[in-house]
Design a binder for this molecule. Structure first.
Ligand SMILES: [Zn+2]
Length: 237
């Protein structure tokens, strides 16, 4: 399919790309490699998916650029569910990552969710200027400062049902600032879209430049999140 690549903006043959990388959903497929897509529009018609959610978004070169970030991030992310709780009881043992590659990987999840036109991602739309700013960070491979599209990562250990679903990202607000929450298996990615003041506590939770990745214990229980899903599916959210 010949069209404009969403990342480099050149006219190229586009690949039918996964919107989010498949390894984030290692646990969600059943023995026939099927999973459910859950979203509000058709609550009584769960859709079986066999190849994940795809869209023609990127040219070969840009797809390759993201695939390098994914190869770097995948083993780190697969290790997170086995991290021990730290002595503070609210975070897990830290992991040291490469700031540039891991931060770009985080930003790529947000950007891909925003540019996708699939129903599942319809709540995530950063709008023209923020989306363009994020595109340039990714194209130029600049991770920016920790607070630029900063991501706080949470983990919900021992989930029974959540890890079996691909779930729509949702919108949240902290102190009136727009945030986007993305759940993949037992990991929750919480992106701050609008920058917070320099002395705000959230700044300490973003990935710092020295690459010390601190994953927090999810403040949402699995029941809270499932209840939210049910509310969304009933169209009440
Ligand atoms: Zn491209």
């Amino acid at each position: 399919m010949l069209a404009t690549c969403k990342l480099c903006l050149r006219k190229r043959h586009l690949r039918n790309s996964h919107i989010l990388p498949e390894f984030l959903y290692d646990d969600v497929y059943d023995s026939k490699h099927r999973t459910f897509e859950v979203h509000g529009e058709q609550p009584d018609k769960p859709i079986y998916l066999q190849k994940g959610i795809r869209e023609y978004l990127l040219c070969d070169e840009c797809e390759q650029r993201f695939s390098l970030l994914e190869s770097y991030a995948a083993p780190i992310i697969r290790e997170i569910p086995s991290l021990q709780l730290a002595s503070d009881r609210v975070s897990f043992q830290t992991v040291t990552v490469d700031y540039t590659r891991f931060k770009l990987f985080q930003m790529s999840l947000l950007w891909r969710s925003s540019i996708s036109s699939q129903d599942l991602f319809s709540k995530v739309d950063l709008g023209g200027s923020l989306e363009e700013c994020l595109r340039q960070f990714l194209l130029e491979e600049r991770p920016g400062n920790p607070h630029n599209f900063g991501c706080v990562m949470f983990m919900l250990p021992n989930t029974m049902h959540l890890k079996r679903m691909i779930w729509s990202p949702s919108i949240d607000y902290i102190d009136g600032r727009l945030c986007i929450r993305l759940i993949t298996g037992s990991i929750i990615w919480f992106f701050a879209i609008i920058p917070f003041p320099e002395d705000h506590a959230i700044q300490k939770l973003f990935l710092p430049r020295d690459g010390t990745l601190r994953v927090l214990l999810s403040p949402w229980s699995e029941d809270d999140l499932l209840e939210e899903i049910v509310r969304t599916m009933r169209g009440l959210a």
